[in-house]
Write a protein that binds this ligand. Structure first.
Ligand code: TPP
Ligand code: MG
Length: 893
C-alpha cells in the first residue's frame, strides 16, 4: 500500500478500485471461483436494492474465456501436428490454384480453410470420432467453403488419390473429380451433410443433436457420447436459420452439440462488423440463449502480456478496437500495430517495448493456436447440460501473405503468382524445389513418414476416418407391409372423408404396425389439430426429453396433450425450417445411425416448398428418405384463408427437386398405393428418393379401387372411369387431380347427360412423374435413332382415345401443360394461376374457373373448335351455367 495521500478524486477512485480488487483476489484464493461468483451475485442484489441500476450486458471482456492457468497441456506432438497442418495447407492451396490454372474461372476457395486450418486439425488429431468398432462416430458439419482443406487432409491420409485432387471442381472428367462443396449426392461415400447454402448447416446440426437424443430416449439407439460439431463462418451467422433455432438447443440441454464459429471477421465483400465486434455480438446472443460460450481470441504469446496487465488497461484496449481496425492490423506492419493499437495508451507502449515490430506483428490469435483451440474443444466436450459455442478469432487467408491475407478481396482469391507460392511454400516448410513451385504440385510424404504414420495412428485411435458416409442398415423387412393399406382399397362406402383424414388414419395404422410402427417419426409444426391428428398425441405421445412436468389442462379428456420421454411425435412448434431439419435428421438416420426411421412431415402446404425450399433441396442432396405431406393444399380447396395460405404452386416447386417424387392424389386407395410403394422403394430397395404428397380438407366419398390401376397411380395417370355411352358421336377425355377430380367427374356426367358427349375420366396423380418419364423416353429415342422408338407412358394412355383432352387441377396450368407435347391432341388446361382469395370453395372455383361448369364449357368450346358442334351450343351452355364472361382474369387480378 502507498504511503502518500491521494491527490485528486480520480486517484482516490483508482485506489478504491484497487482495494476492492485485492479483496476479491483474497476471496478467490481462499474461497475459490464459486465463492467469488456467489459474492458478486450478492453484491449485485445489494446494489440493486439500494437503487443501483446496472446496465444489462451479456458480455464478458474481450479476452479468452479459459484462462491460461486452466489450459490442459496439448497431448501428442505439437511439432508433427504443425507439419501435418502445413502439408494440408499446401495441398488445399495447390488444388485451388491448379484448378484455376487449368480452367480459368472454375473457382474454389483458399482463404476460408487458410483461416480455419488449426480449428480442423486439432479436431482431426484429438477430437473427431469416426464410426469405429467402439464408437458411433461424431456428426460433423464442415463449413462448405473449407472443402479444399478437408480434401487435402484426405489426400495426405492416402484416402483420395492425386488424380482426384487434380480434378477438383471437374467432376465429369474421366475417373471423376471432387465436388466443389460437401454434397452427399455427388460423393455418397465421403460427405454426410451438405452445408454450403449458408445457415442450413447450423440449424440442421441443432436438430441432428436433438434427434440423437430422440433415438436414445425411445430406445432405438444405445446412449453414446457422440457429438455434433458444426463449423460455420462468422458472416454466415447473419442468415436467420443460423441463429434461429439456438434456443431449442439450450432448452433441450443439448450438451452433445458444439458450434465452432470461425471469426475471421470477414465475409465475402468485406468485414462482418467493421464498426463493431462480431465476437462480442455473438457472445451476447448465445449467452442470452443459454449456451456455454468459449471465446478463443488471443494466442499463447499474449498470455505474458495479459499477466502484466494488472490494471486492466490492455483488456480495455482489446475491447474498444472495432473489427475493421483489427482487420487492418492483420495487413499492416508491426510498426503500425505498435502505433495504433498499443500507442493509444503510454502504459501499453511501455508494456511491449521489449518486443520488436516483427514480434508484435507475429503475436498469434487464438484460433491459430493449437493450445488454445485444444483447451476450448476439451472444455466443450466435457460440458454438461448446455450446448457450447466456440468463438475463435482468426485471420482470413492466414498464411497467404501478399496474395490476400486479411484483405477484403481474399475470399475470391483463387490464383497465386510464383513469388506468392514460393513464399507460402517457404513459410510452411514444404519440400518443393524452386523450379517446381510455380506448378503448385501436390505433395504427400511417403506412407512411412512420421507425418503420415502419426495422422493415421491418431485417426485409428479416434475410430477411423472422417468425413466418411456409410450405410450399414439392413434392407427393411416389410413382408406384411400391405396389411397397413388394404382397408383403404375398399373406399369409404358412402361416408365422406378428406384425403387428410384418410392419411391420418393410415398413419395411425402404420404406427401400430409390428414391423414398421416404432420406426415411424411423425413431425408437425404446430398443426396437428388442423389435420385432425390430435388422437395421435395420446396414442404415441409427443416427444419430450424432460417428460411431462405438469398436468395438462385437458388431462380429463381422452385425447389429452401427452408429452413423454419416449413420445414418438416430434411436435416442433411453429418452425417449418426446424421441422424440415428434423425430417432430414430422421430421413438420413439410415446412414448417420444405421437406423431406418421413416419420417412423415405434415405441414401447411403453402409454408413448405416455397418457404423452406432450400432445406428441401438440401434434403435431396442428403439422400433423405421419407414423406412430406402438404396439408390444406389446393388453391380453391382451402376455403376462407386467402392468398397467403392457398397453395396452387407447390407442385411446380417440387418438380424442380430431382429426387423428390410428387403426387396430388384424389382418393384413399391412391394414397395407400403411393405410400406403400414409397416405403418399398426407399426402405426395401434403398433408393435415394423422397416423397411429396398433397392432401386436402374437402370431404367426399372415397370410391373403391378399380381393378388394374395400381401401375397407373404410380406412373401418374390412369383411366378412372370410361364412358358408358358407347353410341355417342362426341367424345372427350377429362383429366382431374386431387380435390378437383370430383368436379371433373361431375362434369363428365353433365356432358354425357346434357350434351351427348361420351367423356372418359382420368385421374392424374402426378404430372411430374409423367413429365419426367416423357422426357426420359424422348431422350432415349434421340440418342438411339436407329432403334424402334419408345412411346412415353402418357402417350400410350391417350393414343387411340377420341375427343378434346381437358385437364383441371387446383394447381397452376403449367403443371398439366408439362405433358402437352406427348398428347395426341393439344391439351386444354384449367388451373389456379394467380393470387388466392378469402372465399368459400364454390366461389373460389368459380373465380379460378376450375369447377364442373368450366370443365363442361372448356370441353364444349374445344369440340366447337374442332368443328364437332355448333358455337351456339357453347354460348348457350355459358349462359345456362351462369358464367360471367366479363369477369377479371384470375391469373393477374
Ligand atoms: C445462402 C448463401 N448465400 C450466399 C452464399 C455465397 N457465399 C459463399 S461464402 C460467402 C462468405 C462467407 O463468409 P463467412 O461466413 O464469414 O465465412 P468465411 O469464408 O469468412 O469463413 C458468401 C456470401 C452462400 N454460399 N450461401
Ligand atoms: Mg468469415
Amino acid at each position: 500500500m502507498r504511503n502518500t495521500a491521494p491527490k485528486d478524486a480520480a486517484e482516490l477512485e483508482a485506489l478504491e478500485t484497487r482495494e476492492w480488487l485485492e479483496s476479491l483476489d483474497y476471496v478467490l484464493q481462499s474461497g475459490g471461483p464459486a465463492r467469488v461468483s456467489r459474492l458478486l451475485r450478492e453484491l449485485a442484489t445489494h446494489a440493486q436494492r439500494n437503487g443501483v441500476r446496472q446496465p444489462f450486458t451479456a458480455n464478458t471482456p474481450y479476452i479468452n474465456t479459459i484462462p491460461a492457468a486452466e489450459e490442459p497441456p496439448l497431448p501428442g506432438s505439437r511439432e508433427i501436428e504443425r507439419r501435418i497442418k502445413s502439408l494440408v495447407r499446401w495441398n488445399a492451396l495447390a488444388m485451388v490454384v491448379k484448378a484455376n490454372k487449368a480452367e480459368d474461372g472454375i473457382g474454389g476457395h483458399i482463404s476460408t480453410y487458410a483461416s480455419a486450418a488449426t480449428l480442423y486439425e486439432v479436431g482431426f488429431n484429438h477430437f473427431f470420432k469416426g464410426k469405429g468398432d467402439n464408437h458411433d462416430g461424431d456428426i460433423i458439419f464442415f463449413q462448405g467453403h473449407a472443402s479444399p482443406g478437408i480434401y487435402a487432409r484426405a489426400f495426405v491420409e492416402g484416402r483420395i488419390p492425386a488424380e482426384k485432387l487434380e480434378n477438383f471442381r471437374r467432376e465429369l472428367k474421366p475417373g471423376g473429380g471432387l465436388s466443389s462443396y460437401p454434397h452427399p449426392w455427388l460423393m455418397p461415400d465421403f460427405w454426410e451433410f451438405p452445408t454450403v447454402s449458408m445457415g442450413l448447416g447450423p440449424i440442421m446440426a441443432i436438430y441432428q443433436a436433438r434427434f440423437m437424443g430422440y433415438l436414445e430416449d425411445r430406445g432405438l439407439k444405445k446412449r453414446s457420447d457422440s457429438k455434433v460439431w458444426a463449423f460455420l463462418g462468422d458472416g454466415e451467422t447473419d442468415e436467420p436459420e443460423a441463429l434461429g433455432a439456438i434456443t431449442l438447443a439450450s432448452r433441450e440441454k443439448l450438451d452433445n452439440l458444439i458450434f465452432v464459429i470461425n471469426c475471421n471477421l470477414q465475409r465475402l465483400d468485406g468485414p462482418v462488423r467493421g464498426n463493431g465486434q462480431i465476437i462480442q455480438e455473438l457472445e451476447a446472443v448465445f449467452r442470452g440463449a443459454g449456451w456455454n460460450v468459449i471465446k478463443v481470441i488471443w494466442g499463447s504469446e499474449w498470455d505474458p502480456l495479459l499477466e502484466k496487465d494488472k490494471d486492466g488497461l490492455l483488456v480495455k484496449r482489446m475491447g474498444e478496437v472495432v473489427d475493421g481496425e483489427y482487420q487492418k492490423y492483420a495487413v499492416e506492419s508491426g510498426a503500425y500495430v505498435r502505433e495504433h493499437f498499443w500507442g493509444k495508451y503510454p502504459q501499453l507502449l511501455e508494456m511491449v517495448k521489449h518486443l520488436s515490430d516483427e514480434q508484435l506483428k507475429k503475436l498469434t490469435l487464438g484460433g491459430h493456436d493449437p493450445i488454445k483451440v485444444h483447451a476450448a474443444y476439451n472444455a466443450a466436450v466435457s460440458t454438461t447440460g448446455q450446448p457450447t459455442v466456440i468463438l475463435a478469432r482468426t485471420i482470413k487467408g492466414y498464411g497467404i501473405g501478399e496474395a490476400g491475407e486479411g484483405k477484403n478481396i481474399t475470399h475470391q482469391q483463387k490464383k497465386l503468382n510464383e513469388e506468392e507460392l514460393r513464399a507460402f511454400r517457404t513459410r510452411f516448410g514444404i519440400p518443393i524445389a524452386d523450379a517446381e513451385v510455380a506448378k503448385a504440385p501436390f505433395y504427400r510424404p511417403p506412407d512411412n513418414s512420421p507425418e503420415v504414420t502419426y495422422m493415421l495412428e491418431r485417426r485409428k485411435q479416434l475410430g477411423g476416418f472422417v468425413p466418411r458416409r456409410i450405410t450399414t442398415t439392413e434392407p427393411f423387412k416389410a413382408d406384411n407391409l400391405h396389411d397397413c393399406f388394404t382397408e383403404f382399397e375398399k373406399g369409404t362406402e358412402g361416408r365422406k372423408a378428406s384425403t387428410t383424414m384418410v392419411f391420418v388414419r393410415m398413419l395411425a395404422k402404420m404406427l401400430k404396425d409390428k414391423e414398421i410402427g416404432e420406426l415411424i417419426v411423425p413431425i408437425v409444426p404446430d398443426e396437428a389439430r388442423t389435420f385432425g391428428m390430435e388422437a395421435l398425441f395420446r396414442q404415441v405421445g409427443i416427444y419430450s426429453h424432460a417428460g411431462q412436468l405438469y398436468e395438462p389442462v385437458d388431462m380429463d379428456t381422452l385425447l389429452y396433450y401427452k408429452e413423454a420421454k419416449e413420445g414418438q411425435i416430434l411436435e416442433e412448434g411453429i418452425t417449418e425450417a426446424g421441422s424440415m431439419s428434423s425430417f432430414i435428421a430422421a430421413g438420413t438416420a439410415y446412414a448417420t445411425h444405421g437406423i431406418n426411421t421413416i419420417p412423415f412431415f405434415i405441414f401447411y402446404s403453402m409454408f413448405g416448398m416455397q418457404r423452406i425450399g432450400d432445406l428441401v433441396w438440401a434434403a435431396g442432396d442428403s439422400r433423405t428418405r421419407g414423406f412430406m405431406l402438404g396439408g390444406t393444399a389446393g388453391r380453391t380447396t382451402l376455403a376462407g384463408e386467402g392468398l397467403q395460405h392457398q397453395d396452387g404452386h407447390s407442385h411446380q416447386f417440387s418438380l424442380a427437386v430431382p429426387n423428390l417424387v410428387s403426387y396430388d392424389p384424389a382418393f384413399a386407395y391412391e394414397i395407400a398405393v403411393i405410400i406403400e410403394e414409397g416405403i418399398r422403394r426407399m426402405y426395401v430397395n434403398g433408393e435415394s428418393i423422397f416423397y411429396y404428397i398433397t392432401v386436402m380438407n374437402e370431404q367426399y366419398e372415397m370410391p373403391p379401387m378399380p381393378a388394374g390401376v395400381r401401375e397407373g397411380i404410380l406412373k401418374g395417370v390412369y383411366r378412372f372411369k370410361a364412358s358408358e355411352r358407347k353410341d355417342s358421336k362426341l367424345s372427350a377425355q377429362l383429366l382431374g387431380s386431387g380435390a378437383i377430380l370430383p368436379e371433373v367427374i361431375k362434369a363428365a356426367k353433365v356432358l354425357e347427360e346434357q350434351y351427348g358427349v361420351a367423356a372418359d375420366v382420368w385421374s392424374v396423380t402426378s404430372y411430374q412423374e409423367l413429365y419426367r418419364e416423357g422426357h426420359a423416353v424422348e431422350r432415349w429415342n434421340r440418342l438411339h435413332p436407329d432403334q424402334t422408338p419408345r412411346v412415353p407412358y402418357v402417350r400410350q394412355c391417350f393414343e387411340g382415345t377420341e375427343g378434346p383432352i381437358v385437364a383441371a387441377s387446383d394447381y397452376v396450368k403449367a403443371l398439366p401443360d408439362a405433358i402437352d407435347r406427348w398428347l395426341p391432341r393439344p391439351l386444354v388446361s384449367l388451373g389456379t394461376d394467380g393470387f388466392g382469395r378469402s372465399e368459400n370453395r364454390a366461389a373460389l372455383r368459380d373465380f379460378f374457373e376450375v369447377d364442373c361448369r368450366f370443365v363442361v364449357v372448356a370441353t364444349l368450346s374445344a369440340l366447337a373448335g374442332d368443328g364437332k358442334i355448333d358455337v351456339a351450343i357453347v354460348k348457350t351452355a355459358i349462359k345456362n351455367l351462369n358464367i360471367n364472361t366479363d369477369k377479371p382474369n384470375p391469373a393477374n387480378s
